[in-house]
Design a binder for this molecule. Structure first.
Ligand code: PLP
Length: 360
């Protein structure tokens, strides 16, 4: 696989040498007893980083979002989510299936926002015995379903104001929130100050092998810790994971800027190829969404790319998603552009092939 250029996702990143060393050297204990010093150090560091009272190491972003929704909501409560968000589309309906929480969807703008008027319209009257009780609004930043766009902190401040005025909490699915802070050139707290809880992934662009952080006030994190245990996510010598997480949030954040530069170069290059268009306004972080406009079959093209050692994912009916990350350098970008140029200059072959590997 060494010659493969894997642009399917930033989740394919492998741990850095410093992470492998930190894992090797980590002081360990039983984290269910609260005894793992490396987990404790990571949770303290992560909470401080995002400006919250407490933090919890969880196995995945999905588990972090799940624990957050259930820490904020009880059975029969309702959560307002965007119709393009990850929580609603890619987490197996967990909060509903396992937690009895109903999703109330609002149509996302293609900039990753939920219009304020739509949020206001989705909030139920608590006195109405026919309605579920609205408890929570979930935002996503960067917004994956909208192609990795950055959601403005000023907008998030408005959502928080509206939510709090209606006795609701705000949770941020910040799987890639460090990409947002790097793209904006602001401290992460400029974003996370506008939410009551935040989940971020260490296993995506930050390149840790496993793990996400859920952060919020002490009471929410205490509830989330119980939920994590219920899910089987109470891990023992989890310092093995936390050690890489500490490296992720201390050493791997600033370099996300390189991924963003590479994404811009890839996008600009693709945009010059006949039969491909890229909306450059939406190339804000590590994702490039390219639309095939010459009518050729998407599945066939993806398989041809694969045969040339380039892995990408399908994104909707006519588009491909390519994600830059740690391990992808300018040579890989050049090679990718060269292959696209070659394949797109050939006439489309007949027939259609299934697109595997949907967006994640
Ligand atoms: C990847 C992702 C998640 C889930 O993270 P996992 O660690 O894969 O469970 C949640 N939200 C968004 C926006 C994501 O991109």
């Amino acid at each position: 696989m060494s010659n493969v250029i894997d642009l399917r996702s930033d989740t394919v990143t492998l741990p850095s040498p410093a992470m492998r060393q930190a894992i090797f050297d980590a002081a360990l204990g039983d984290d269910v007893y609260g005894d793992d010093p490396t987990v404790n150090a990571l949770e303290k560091l992560a909470a401080a980083k995002v400006g919250k009272e407490a933090a919890l190491l969880v196995t995945s972003g999905t588990m972090g979002n799940f624990c957050a929704v259930l820490a904020h909501c009880g059975r029969g409560d309702e959560v307002i989510v965007g119709d393009k968000c990850h929580i609603y589309n890619h987490e197996a309906g967990g909060a509903s299936v396992l937690g009895g929480v109903a999703y109330h969807t609002v149509v996302n703008t293609d900039t990753g926002e939920l219009p304020l008027a739509a949020i206001a319209g989705a909030i139920r009257d608590r006195e109405n015995l026919h309605a579920a009780m609205t408890r929570l609004v979930c935002l996503e930043n960067t917004h994956g379903g909208c192609g990795g766009v950055v959601v403005a902190p000023s907008y998030m401040a408005e959502v928080k104001k509206l939510a709090h005025a209606n006795d609701l909490k705000v949770h941020l699915d910040g799987a890639r929130v460090f990409n947002a802070s790097v793209a904006l050139g602001v401290d992460i707290k400029e974003i996370t100050q506008h939410v009551d809880s935040v989940q971020f992934c260490m296993s995506k662009g930050l390149s840790a092998p496993i793990g996400s952080i859920l952060a919020g006030d002490a009471d929410v994190i205490r509830k989330a810790r119980r939920l994590r245990k219920m899910l089987g996510g109470g891990m023992r010598q989890a310092g093995i994971i936390a050690a890489a997480g500490i490296v992720a949030i201390t050493e791997m954040v600033d370099r996300l800027a390189e991924d963003h530069v590479n994404a811009r170069i890839l996008a600009a290059g693709l945009n010059t190829i006949p039969g491909i268009t890229v909306d450059m306004h939406k190339v804000q972080t590590d994702m490039v969404i390219l639309t095939i406009t010459d009518g050729r079959d998407l599945g066939t093209l993806i398989n041809q790319l694969k045969a040339h050692g380039i892995l990408v994912g399908g994104f909707g009916a006519n588009s491909i998603r390519a994600v830059t990350h740690y391990g992808i350098d300018s040579n890989h970008i050049e090679a990718t552009l060269e292959t696209f140029r070659t394949l797109m200059s050939q006439p489309a072959s007949g027939g259609s092939q299934a697109v595997e590997g949907a967006y994640r």
